[in-house]
Ligand binder design. Sequence first.
Ligand SMILES: Cc1cc2nc3c(=O)[nH]c(=O)nc-3n(C[C@H](O)[C@H](O)[C@H](O)COP(=O)(O)OP(=O)(O)OC[C@H]3O[C@@H](n4cnc5c(N)ncnc54)[C@H](O)[C@@H]3O)c2cc1C
Length: 510
Amino acid sequence: MSISTANNITIIGGGASASLVIINFVQSIQQSQTLSKPYNITVINQDEEFWKGIAWGNKSSINGLILTSVNEFLADPDKELFCNWVKETLPEWTNYYQQNGGLLATQWLKKNIPLIQKNDWNNIYIPRFLFGNYLQLQLNNALQYAANNNIIISKIIGKAVNIHQQNNNSYKIIIQNKSKETTEIISEKVVVTIGSAPQKKLFNESSNKVLCINNLYEQNINENLQLLKNKLINDELKNILVIGTNATALELIYLLEEDKLFNKLINKIVFISTSGKFPLATAKQQAANVYAPHLSKIIEENKYTINCLITAAANDLQLSAATHVQMDTVHYIIKTVKHLLLNLSWKDQEMFMAVHGNELSKIVRHAGEEYLTPLYNGINTKKIEIIKGSFENISTTNHIAQLTYKNEENNLTTHNTPFSVVINCSGSSDLHYTESELLHNLINSNLCKINLSNKGIQVNDCFEASPNIYFFGPLLNGNYTAAIPYWQLESISRIIKLAPKLVSCLLQKS
Ligand SMILES: Cc1cc2nc3c(=O)[nH]c(=O)nc-3n(C[C@H](O)[C@H](O)[C@H](O)COP(=O)(O)OP(=O)(O)OC[C@H]3O[C@@H](n4cnc5c(N)ncnc54)[C@H](O)[C@@H]3O)c2cc1C
């Protein structure tokens, strides 16, 4: 089936990035009134819930928290506006959270309401649904203005699987519904905002008696936690294997605290990752002095290569994260590195932004007390074991799962714990092997190219991968352009910062 009206803009993906594009688009029109009207924007989202995406909506648990403190989460003026809103609406959302968030909500509210009242935003890690609600309010205002001003914003539930270039400088987008029936729409411009590069499937779905969860957010995390709970109640074997020690793995440990599930139903959880490390705790107090001796030496000598700079930055970041991650020092190091980079060749700068920057960030991955306390408790009581190694495979013979991995010496090893549950938290995979049909097709037809990071799509100064095909959100990772001077593009503060720039590019050619 084909929908004949041509859209001015089609946004593929209906998460937070799409919301921020629409909010900024409407604000820009409110200020300049430059559109030829009517103007058609269509948003295609494969999930039924629009506007919040994985992190801020119903795919996440109501108890999922932001990873950084509120102070670090947003930059001013957004931070001040958001914090004011959190305080003004406190009675409504605390009541809702208390009623729907169970034991974890009770604990969180008890600890954090006094901190909110004292404006101690440096030590508050808010439930993510709150930011989702805040974003939705801004989006509602934008949608209202659009409806009153002949900007027609339509929604399609479906999965975009391909884009074809037409002869008349427009694009045809192929959309599949759940029954695999296809629809086509035509658009002058396309913005792809489909989140991060998808996680690689590591194993087939559940077989025999083993519960295998390839993606905790596939349907939504609550459904998967329920499956996990049912499995542990009904199975004598109560051991879980988790592949990955990233933010999702950490969130899982926290969510398992609900109903005391962790203590009652789990015998052991084994985590495996190449780093063998979870995010560290964030320091509560500011550093008395910023200490970055390796970078200071480089500045003093004023002669360095890209490798010297990377090594110095890595050493100083390691010092800043000896026990807790000291954010003042981290910010100083990032600022200094960016400055020192300017003396190197463009090729070195590009490579740093695409690859080394992300590697350096891993040294100082950090999280708050709520998430880390259950981890430390689990390690102390030996319920949690962490292996440094690389996952090879899972064999599921005899109704149990057995892990084979390469240990630090690169030797193939079989772990001696039998598992009844296996959960994949391995994170975004290399786009050369992507399981996103859309990305696979766009890469094959040369409408977009993988950038140096292997986890992002190459764009020009105007966010275009091809003329009038724009990318936005975490897939911008690995670009270094005048508009994108960052090496970490996944956080919402970066997406907020970049949205007006994208909108200005979209409007330039309207
Ligand atoms: C669990 C989790 C926790 C996070 N926590 C934080 C945090 O604490 N702080 C922070 O700053 N950032 C956090 N992030 C980062 C977060 O990715 C960004 O902040 C931002 O929300 C990304 O939004 P998005 O719209 O680009 O992507 P998403 O939220 O992934 O939304 C993309 C949407 O596109 C849809 N889609 C995908 N493919 C297709 C297709 N082919 N056709 C149609 N629709 C498609 C998806 O269904 C989804 O609705 C977190 C991310 C996750 C996943």
